[in-house]
Design a protein around this ligand. Structure first.
Ligand code: SAM
Ligand code: SF4
Length: 425
């Protein structure tokens, strides 16, 4: 890089490998811990009764502190002192794409329709989370959330809630963008704040190869429609794949800067079909930065603002192979090479109403069953709080670097029973 381009932007751009890691995390003592009410363990395996095996997380101590009196928890806090503020709601497991890193070519056996949470059930759980448990941000995801016709109604129900601070929860949508241009206005009017659109490459043939569908034009229309409707800032999620990175990554960044979209690269996690992921093929943050640097982008590290998952770099205005690009930012979510578990304030609900406290949880906790059996809000809260208390320390395990299910995966990752589309990314 010529010296003139070095200032004021430096090339010391890598996040600390310990940034957000859990290595030094100390478990809270019992006395210092919040006390969710003790209750019979309601955990069940994914889709139990639907042909999927229950799974226990043997690395997680079972002990849950006893409740003081009949107190109902008012926060979701775990043994390591992390408090949930962010709820990821998967509203469907279906999808109209078949991204290789997420789903098999033939798709999956979809959850039967009666098993999916209804709009009213989703709204109820969102209300409990926001009004009783201190959740401030809700992200609707899937599968492909636009495949639900009642998405606008779900957004409107969530938008009618008020957080402890008396404001509307922040509502985001993660989508592949297909058909978003036609629904963006309605979603905005319903109360949606922002969207993340997944676009891994701007090369139509490569896009068709990765998603197994030739739909790049429609996706770009969707992202542009969201921007016009004011669902901003539009963020673009790009899973980083090996091969042609030096071409793909700079092209994506230049185009996003020109269009005013915020690009975030995501390291490929072992959450798709088993054969689709190999540790040695993961393209880490470092290689993405090298590719951008080699293409002439001037980057300045900002770290992880607000301790959010993405490490952020400022990008100086400049010129790339497609012409001038304005200044902006780029993010990298280094879930594999620099996980941020210590700062994790998320919890997840699958489309069939199961809690997953971590993307890599081996344990799921059923909320749909108790809800349909007539559980009160207080009872749901106790189940939710108890499951949260047992949230694993890191990526599905309480022993970083070792799989919680005891199986030797050879890469330190425990695989959840579901793939990403069924969990909700
Ligand atoms: N269908 C929507 C979409 O693609 O944006 C929402 C669901 S998708 C599961 C949510 C996000 O997870 C997407 O940005 C997708 O790229 C990402 N994702 C899926 N599988 C992944 C994997 N194995 N590793 C990293 N990210 C993945
Ligand atoms: Fe569908 Fe999203 Fe999975 Fe791609 S990443 S297959 S769009 S759910």
């Amino acid at each position: 890089m010529p010296p003139s381009r070095m200032a004021p932007y430096s090339r010391t751009v890598f996040p600390s490998p310990r940034d957000g890691r859990v290595v030094g995390t100390v478990a809270r003592t019992r006395a210092a811990s919040p006390v969710p009410a003790a209750r019979v363990d309601s955990s069940a395996g994914p889709g139990s009764g639907e042909g999927r095996a229950p799974a226990r997380d043997p690395g997680t101590p079972e002990e849950v502190p006893a409740a003081s009196g009949d107190a109902v928890p008012d926060e979701l806090t775990d043994r390591y002192g992390r408090t949930v503020r962010d709820l990821r709601l998967s509203i469907t497991d279906r999808c109209n794409l078949r991204c290789t890193y997420c789903m098999p070519a033939a798709g999956l056996e979809w959850l039967p329709a009666p098993g999916l949470l209804t709009g009213a059930e989703i709204a109820r759980l969102a209300r409990v989370a926001v009004e009783r448990l201190g959740v401030e941000r809700i992200r609707l995801t899937g599968g492909e959330p636009l495949m639900r016709r009642d998405l606008e109604a779900i957004v409107a129900a969530v938008a009618g809630l008020r957080t402890r601070r008396g404001v509307k929860p922040d509502i985001g949508l993660t989508t592949n963008g297909l058909g978003l241009d036609r629904r963006a206005d309605g979603l905005r009017r319903a109360g949606l704040d922002r969207v993340n659109v997944s676009i891994d490459t701007l090369d139509p043939a490569e896009y068709a190869r990765v998603t197994r569908r030739d739909r790049l034009d429609g996706v770009l229309r969707g992202a542009a429609g969201a921007q016009e409707a004011g669902l901003t800032p539009v963020k673009i999620n790009a899973v980083v794949m090996p091969g042609a990175l030096g071409e793909r990554a700079p092209r994506l960044l230049g185009e996003c800067l020109r269009r005013g979209w915020i690009l975030r690269f995501i390291e490929h996690m072992p959450l798709g079909p088993r054969e689709s992921w190999r540790a040695e093929e993961v393209v880490g943050a470092e290689r993405v930065l090298e590719a951008l640097d080699s293409a002439g982008f001037e980057l300045r590290a900002r770290g992880r603002p607000d301790r959010r998952p993405a490490a952020v770099w400022d990008v100086a205005a400049g010129t790339d192979r497609d012409g001038f690009h304005p200044a902006g930012t780029v993010g990298i979510i280094a879930s594999v090479t620099a996980p941020f578990c210590a700062d994790c304030d998320r919890t997840r609900l699958t489309a069939d109403g199961r809690l997953m406290t971590c993307l890599f949880s081996a344990r799921e906790t059923d909320l749909r069953g108790p809800m349909r059996a007539g559980a009160s809000d207080d009872e749901l809260i106790r189940i939710w709080a108890e499951a949260t208390w047992r949230k694993p320390l890191a990526h599905g395990t309480d022993t970083p670097g070792r799989a919680a299910d005891g199986a030797d995966h050879g890469d330190g990752f425990v695989r959840p029973a579901r793939t990403m589309s069924a969990i909700g990314g």
